[in-house]
Design a protein around this ligand. Structure first.
Ligand code: C2E
Ligand code: MG
Ligand code: MG
Length: 716
């Protein structure tokens, strides 16, 4: 049995009844209701003092006014004019839109859709008092102008009178009346009549078929149940309700004909529409991949649980989770595997929680959990441990055994936040901290976390966008051979300009990237861009020298680094000898054995290796023998103190000599002055890089630099 949803309409006494009734059908956040217009004026708005209250926050307090007017002195019938705002000229905030057009004042016509800039919908109808018969004429012949949405609203009431375009009944010929009278019999929609004592007086064929046991069930049948009790409550004569009979949903329009002591019902099967609405609602609240509730659903539930917790003094918990290194799986094994992993992960999560708890997919590889009632914060520890434990078994997906870890951030109501936003933010900050601590952990929120974490989070989000939307850029700094003045290489240096943050230095950017799962996409992006650029220089006959790409310690330790490099070389078609990877000795020394293996493989691929910032690590000289590198880059710190530090001079000459004996290129970095240059020349340094020759250049500037260089070299 459906709920009663419709508002009775006041009908004047029979003898004074006008030929037409003016009706507003209002659908807003509260309900759908019908209002019969009888007064000379009506105020419409959100405030409860209005004659017609529309429950929607976007509607102005006093949004519009209806005024009954006579279109001409000779006409008997009146019409209603709707005016934006009140009669003193104060306009509404969002305006008055009728059939898709904005009006300050408008004479309402049958079928008009009124829109108050909100979700609330108002339709205007002129109904005949001979409603019962004409009710079956659909609105087809009513012209509705406006947006599709508005037309759809108007058309959702297809069974109303269009009497305005028709003759009054008494003027119709008898044949016509017979034809009209037979309408109920032919109607595919059930029509049922009973008297005020509850006896059935009429069933049309459609009703007999649909509700075959109605005569037996009588007032217990959902179609009839509750109708009699409404008689005493009803102030008007019309009631609309929704009922369910054997899984079919009907809209039931009930007319109370007091003069005849009859109750006549018209039923329309809306099952399909309801099912479609249900599906849409389900889709709107669930994630299609994992079938878990989605973010909106979680928000709704969190708000409701918070209310309950506040009322009953419950403690509750919000957990934020994400998969560690999920991006790597997506990037290396593809999205299909990634998707399957998310699905299976969602299933396992669901197994960990109790009935009444909620698991939702927040987006990407992020999940949220809601525990609406816990005894103490420690209860969440059990759950977090259960989840971490559950993940100890690998996921078997497409023949891959995937070992997945997760980090979990926990915020407790009320101690860590009293509203949804704060709780979520703090659970997220705790998650961030869990990741910082080395992943595969759970972490409770602490008040010291938010500011730093949210700053980093903001940067991280921006960075994701930057990589996706190509906001990053590479600049190139030439390396010069002093004897010939020729370019021997170009070092690629990352640049990120963000409109709000300004230029973010690589020194800040790289550690940030290392904290996120962006390392692989970032490495791929930089390599691809640098290799493409180097190819282009060769195609343009500018240079045939390597492009140098910096790799941080973490980047260098990516397990599939060699495949990534090979993939990009193949993709861009750059020959491997034109790529040089710059790694610092400190990075290599973090895991010497691994570094040696990786370097060997990279060398086998044909790629060059440069030791960047050489001289800053204590193990410099020893590591040289163990690592197969091609180039040494003397750290700029030595060059810059060259003029006044004798010791640095001796380090530089030792490195140069060492390089020569190992047949390595030696480049002095950070050469800024002529004096430094001359000193380096005296120390037999062959190659230099620094502001003295050129700052790192944008691609177009680099092209011009290289072109100029060729021309100068031709002349000299
Ligand atoms: P690095 O590889 O040693 O790069 C040299 C840095 O010195 C660059 O700073 C460059 O702009 C700057 N430089 C060049 N000539 C001079 C000079 O004459 N005087 C002075 N004072 N500085 C000079 P930048 O671009 O800010 O990069 C800083 C560091 O960030 C780089 O040091 C490198 O370790 C890292 N980095 C830059 N781009 C990338 C990248 O794409 N990936 C990775 N992993 N690290 C990068
Ligand atoms: Mg470098
Ligand atoms: Mg360097």
């Amino acid at each position: 049995m459906g709920t009663l949803r419709l508002i009775p309409v006041c009908v004047p006494a029979m003898n004074s009844q006008p030929p037409f009734r003016h009706i507003l059908i209002i659908e807003d956040q509260k309900a759908r209701r019908i209002i019969a217009l009888e007064q000379a004026t009506y105020t419409i708005g959100r405030a409860s003092s209005n004659d017609i209250v529309v429950y929607d926050r976007i509607v102005s307090r006093h949004h519009a006014t209806l005024v009954r007017i006579k279109p001409s002195p000779r006409q008997d019938n009146h019409i209603y004019r709707i005016i934006d705002g009140d009669l003193e000229g104060n306009r509404s905030t969002n305006g008055l839109i009728i059939n898709g057009k904005t009006y300050e004042s408008y004479n309402l016509k049958h079928g008009d859709s009124i829109f108050l800039g909100a979700k609330a919908k108002i339709s205007y109808r002129i109904l005949s008092t001979a409603l019962e018969i004409d009710l079956f004429n659909p609105l087809e012949d009513v012209q509705i102008h406006g947006t599709d949405e508005l037309s759809a609203v108007a058309n959702s009431y297809p069974y109303e009178s269009t009497i305005t375009t028709r003759q009054p009944l008494q003027e119709r010929d008898p044949q016509d009346l017979v034809r009209l009278a037979s309408f109920p019999e032919l109607s595919p929609n059930p029509i049922i009549e009973m008297d005020f004592s509850g006896n059935l007086t009429y069933l049309n064929p459609a009703a007999s078929i649909k509700f075959f046991n109605i005569e037996q069930d009588k007032l217990k049948h959902p179609v009839l149940a509750g109708l009699l009790s409404e008689i005493s409550n009803l102030q008007g004569n019309l009631l609309l309700r929704e009922i369910t009979v054997n899984h079919e949903v009907f809209e039931q329009y009930v007319h109370y004909l007091s003069d005849n002591q009859l109750i006549r019902s018209y039923l329309f099967d809306v099952t399909e529409r309801k099912n479609a609405e249900k599906t849409l609602k389900y889709r709107a609240l669930h994630d299609t991949l994992t079938d878990l509730p989605n973010r909106s659903s979680f928000d709704e539930r969190l708000a409701a649980s918070l209310n309950q917790a506040r009322r009953n003094g419950y403690v509750m918990a919000v957990l934020f989770l994400d998969l560690d290194s999920f991006k790597n799986i997506n990037d290396s094994l593809g999205h299909t595997i990634g998707d399957q992993l998310l699905k299976k992960f969602a299933q396992r999560l669901n197994l960990c929680v109790r009935a009444g708890d909620m698991v939702a997919r927040w987006g990407g590889d992020e999940f949220t959990l809601l525990l609406p009632q816990i005894k103490t914060p420690e209860d969440t520890v059990n759950l977090a441990q259960r989840i971490l434990q559950e993940l100890k078994h690998p996921f078997d997906i497409g023949g891959h055994q995937l070992h997945i870890k997760t980090s979990i951030g926990i915020a407790i109501y009320p101690q860590d936040g009293e509203d949804a936003e704060t709780l979520l933010r703090n659970a997220d900050a705790a998650l961030y901290r869990a990741k910082e601590r080395g992943r595969n952990h759970y972490q409770f929120y602490k008040s010291t976390m938010t500011s730093k974490a949210s700053m980093l989070l903001k940067l991280e989000n921006l960075l994701y966008k930057a990589i996706e939307e190509n906001e990053l850029n590479l600049h190139y700094q030439p390396q010069i051979k002093l004897k010939t003045n020729q370019v021997t290489g170009m070092e690629a240096l990352i640049r990120w300009y963000h409109p709000e943050l300004g230029n973010v230095s690589p020194v800040k950017l790289i550690p940030l990237i290392e904290k996120t799962d962006l390392i692989i996409p970032f490495s791929l992006w930089v390599l691809r861009r640098a290799c493409q650029q180097c190819q282009q220089w060769q195609k343009d006959d500018l240079i045939q020298v390597p492009v140098a790409v910096n790799f941080s310690a973490k980047q260098f330790q990516q397990p599939n680094l060699v495949q990534i490099v090979a993939q990009i070389l193949e993709e861009t078609g750059l020959e491997p000898q034109f790529l040089e990877l710059e790694v610092t000795e400190t990075a290599l020394m973090q895991n010497l054995h691994f570094s040696q293996e990786t370097l060997k493989e990279l060398r086998q691929l044909g790629v060059n290796i440069a030791l960047d910032d050489f001289g800053t690590g204590y193990s410099s000289l020893r590591c040289l023998q163990k690592l197969p590198v091609n180039t040494l880059k003397i750290d700029q710190h030595f060059i810059q103190s060259l003029e006044d530090n004798f010791q640095d001079t001796s380090v530089i000459s030792a490195v140069i000599a060492l390089g020569k004996s190992f047949h390595l290129r030696v480049i002095a970095e950070g050469v800024e002055t002529l004096k430094q240059l001359e000193l380096l020349q005296r120390l037999n340094c062959e190659e230099v890089q620094g502001y003295w020759f050129s700052h790192p250049l944008e691609p177009e500037e680099a092209r011009q630099f290289l072109r100029k260089k060729i021309e100068i070299n031709k002349i000299t």
